[in-house]
Design a protein around this ligand. Structure first.
Ligand code: NAG
Ligand code: NAG
Ligand code: NAG
Length: 765
């Protein structure tokens, strides 16, 4: 049982009475489930699987003078405080994470936190309030090794401007044990056949995301944007848990980002002018993370706008949202969003409400555009796409890539097609071989392989992983233990290639929910996922915790697209991870050239039961990270289609700038194994001297849809750091005001809530 907390503030008195009626374990707010009146929230939350230790616990030891205070508003009805300089509290625990809860007010001051004898933080517990804010999360750390640790908190009794000793207190500690780490012994299986080929790869764990990393994209040389769903994350904003954050790639610090609506499970893309849109989501999940606690809105029709933000401090970055002005015409959960050749966004499919497996009742078998287009008589409203009806049921988060002729490749369930959006026609391709399903919840991953002027940008698609489980049987007949697929299917999308059909290869390990990441070298890195089961949580038999998948695959694989068939996969010499990354994991290439790996959360809300909510970040470093690298010392900020531009470069000693390739990359918007917009286009080098490359911009928006990109140079397999550029005019896609107005006039915002009267209270999704 969780302690019941009561706010003593007069204005909140009524809320506190009703709150005592709530017995839901996952819920920790101050108002009854279903209430939408925002109320102050205490961050104190014990996720399932974690353990809370009250200030009076005999396992906690104190030095100096500490005083007990009693109130039903404290965790365990008691709190211990001190104003004595150098008074300290220490606590031994075994786990990967520790949280410290206590009060903040005008009399509070600075504390030093030490872990295993090492100072790790100075924590300021001051707030400008006379009445304390209670049950505040004062400190958290989730990236410790799973081992015994000691946390010690020392009162400095100081604070700038204070004229007497300041106070610190302890209300409770929460210990997170963390997912049981998978023994590194597993490495042996792979390292037995070690070859020099992959020597030099390293993996290290550094940083935590503060909000769980369900969606990930790189927004600037220094920052990544992380978007989650509404849940009890440790990072807070406006007094409630945050569900988006900006991650500093250089010093691993995180800043919460304010969000209005529930972004579970949205998609996203940059537009032609560099603005990012985050699209779709879920209604408010009442009873678990209610609107009254988090203040969130229904996100199903959301288009959230994130204007370009290169600012180092990211203080000015914000997510704009106003459903009366900007929204989709229809609700979408698990939609895919890509940028097409005119710099606008194509929003594909999804379900009209949260759920699991798609079905005819909730399916939204349409596409719409942002900004809205008047196309095929739609005047901004959704355009029917029969492919999304044909591919029921396992067809959410469809795979989609903009092709070098401007059309769009799509794969869903066992099918694939090329969609000509200008004529609204579907051209079906051969089915994926061997009954493999590749989209949610039978999630595989896909990439458009590097495009090169050498073969006139012939597009080739690679689809890997997924499952052969029948998507028409009920969840209780599926198991987390059914093997996933190890199949990769590859096809060149020209007439010859389509006639030849899918070429099948097998990964060394089966994977559902893999993430495939293009490297500047043209190789493909495959990480994350499970060897058995399928995506989602709470649906199949033999769940592990709530996870529908099991047997995490910890070993990365490298794929050499241009190698001879049968020799393209290699895991030898790659470092394996001890951290399982199942449902809701992500991975992306970063500007530095390393690969950021984060997330995993097969749970309704933050949980520490295997497989728990994972906040730790890992960095997988290709060998070039530790080699003598070429450098782009200057690149233009904007590059026009087909125009020549100059790159100032510095080559490593003895390397001729003639042996260089220039990779223009879109790092993609990553969620649910969909790497939307991920792209590598080799650019033509017109001429070169030792320090200057003259390079031709991509020929057109078909080859690289206008918008932001990253340029890397590569020599002898060694890649430089990436430089951010804008491809095209940098102007926004055309806005059809009539179509915008038509949507605002003729479709309703928040259609889900209206059709349901009130959202469901059981938190199911
Ligand atoms: C990280 O760098 C940013 C500036 O880029 C700075 O504002 C912030 O204080 C730094 N954080 C830490 C923990 O060093
Ligand atoms: C369709 O899916 C929704 C959302 O998961 C679910 O509530 C509904 O029961 C399903 N309907 C059928 C007929 O399976
Ligand atoms: C880019 O275009 C979009 C869509 O019209 C618009 O909302 C956004 O403000 C534009 N961004 C910039 C930086 O001009």
């Amino acid at each position: 049982m969780q302690p019941i907390t009561i706010f003593l503030w007069a204005s909140l008195f009524l809320h506190s009475i009703t709150q005592a009626l709530c017995k839901e374990a996952a819920w920790n707010g101050h108002t009854t489930p279903g209430s939408t009146i925002p109320a102050p929230f205490t961050p104190y939350y014990v996720p399932p699987g974690a353990k809370s230790y009250d200030s009076t616990s005999p396992l906690i030891s104190y030095k100096g003078t500490w005083t007990d205070h009693y109130s039903t508003a404290y965790i365990g009805k008691s709190l211990r405080s001190t104003s004595e300089p150098n008074a300290e509290v220490s606590f031994s625990f075994t786990g990967t994470g520790i949280e410290w809860f206590g009060n903040t007010d005008k009399l509070h001051g600075l504390a030093i936190v030490l872990i295993d004898g090492k100072p790790v933080a100075e924590v300021d517990t001051y707030s400008d309030r006379v009445l304390p804010l209670k049950q505040q999360r004062l400190f958290w750390k989730f990236d410790l090794e799973l081992a015994p640790h000691i946390i010690k908190i020392v009162n400095t009794a100081k604070r700038p401007g204070a004229h007497r000793n300041t106070i610190i207190d302890l209300d409770a500690f929460i210990v997170t044990r963390g997912s049981p780490l998978i023994p590194r012994e597993l490495d042996r299986e792979y390292s037995a056949g070690f070859t020099k080929r992959n020597a030099g790869w390293t993996l290290n764990q550094q940083g935590t995301t503060g909000v769980h990393a369900m969606q990930l994209t790189i927004i600037s040389p220094k920052h990544a944007l992380i978007v989650d769903k509404v849940e009890h994350n440790p990072l807070t904003v406006d007094g409630h848990p945050a569900w988006a954050a900006l991650y500093n790639l250089e010093n691993n610090s995180v800043k919460p980002l304010r969000m209005k609506s529930n972004s579970f499970c949205a998609g996203g893309t940059f537009l032609g002018n560099g603005t990012l849109i985050n699209v779709g989501g879920n209604p408010v999940v009442e009873g678990y993370t209610s609107a009254a606690d988090f203040g969130d809105l229904d996100g199903l029709q959301s288009v959230r706008i994130f204007e370009p933000c290169e600012d180092d401090s990211v203080d000015s970055c914000e997510m704009y949202e106003n459903h009366d002005r900007i929204r989709m015409a229809s609700p979408r959960w698990y939609n895919t969003v890509i940028r097409i050749m005119d710099g606008s966004a194509m929003i594909i499919g999804g379900a009209k409400k949260g759920g699991w497996m798609n079905n005819a009742t909730v399916n939204n078998p349409t596409i719409e555009y942002y900004p809205p287009k008047n196309i095929h008589g739609s005047n901004g409203t959704p355009v029917n796409l029969p492919f999304l009806t044909k591919t029921l049921s396992s067809n959410l988060f469809p795979i989609a890539f903009s092709l070098p002729d401007g059309k769009v490749f799509m794969a869903a369930n066992q099918d694939a097609m090329i969609y000509d959006w200008e004529t609204n026609t579907e051209r079906y391709l051969p089915q994926l071989p061997n009954n493999v399903r590749v989209t949610y919840p039978m999630t595989g991953t896909a990439l458009l392989l590097p495009l090169s002027p050498d073969n006139n940008y012939a597009p080739e698609i690679l689809v890997c992983g997924g499952s052969t489980i029948d998507d028409k049987i009920p969840g209780y007949k599926m198991s987390s233990q059914t093997p996933a697929s190890s199949q990769c299917s590859r096809m060149v999308l020209d007439d010859l290639g389509i006639n030849a059909g899918w070429q099948v290869e097998y990964m060394p390990h089966a994977r559902v929910m893999p993430d495939a990441v293009l490297l500047p070298t043209g190789q493909v890195l495959i990480v994350n996922g499970g060897a058995t089961g399928i995506s989602g949580y709470g649906n199949v038999v033999e769940q592990v915790g709530a996870s529908n998948a099991d047997n995490p695959v910890l070993m990365p694989i490298l794929y050499y697209p241009s190698g001879a068939v049968g020799t393209r996969f290699s895991s030898t010499g790659m470092p394996s991870s001890p951290i399982p990354r199942l449902y809701h994991s992500v991975a992306t290439l970063t500007p530095s050239g390393s690969v950021m790996i984060a997330g995993s959360n097969p749970n309704l809300d933050r949980s520490e039961v295997k497989y728990g909510t994972e906040y730790r970040v890992e960095w997988l470093n290709p060998p070039y990270m530790s080699q003598d690298r070429p450098e782009i010392t200057h690149a233009p900020q904007r590059i026009d289609f087909g125009e020549n531009f100059k790159l100032d470069v510095k080559m490593p000693n003895g390397v001729n700038s003639k042996d260089v390739r220039v990779s223009l990359m879109d790092l993609g918007y990553v969620t649910h194994a969909v790497h939307a917009n991920s792209r590598l286009v080799y650019l033509t080098i017109v001429s070169s001297t030792n320090n200057v490359l003259t390079v031709q911009g991509p020929p057109s928006g078909n080859i690289y849809p206008p918008g932001p990109g990253w340029i890397y140079i590569v020599s002898n397999g060694v890649a430089s750091q990436g430089k951010k550029v804008m491809i095209g005019s940098g102007k926004g896609p055309e806005v059809d005001q009539a179509a915008v107005q038509n949507i605002l006039l003729n479709t309703a915002p928040n259609q889900y809530e209206m059709s349901n009267g009130k959202p469901k209270e059981d938190g199911s999704e």
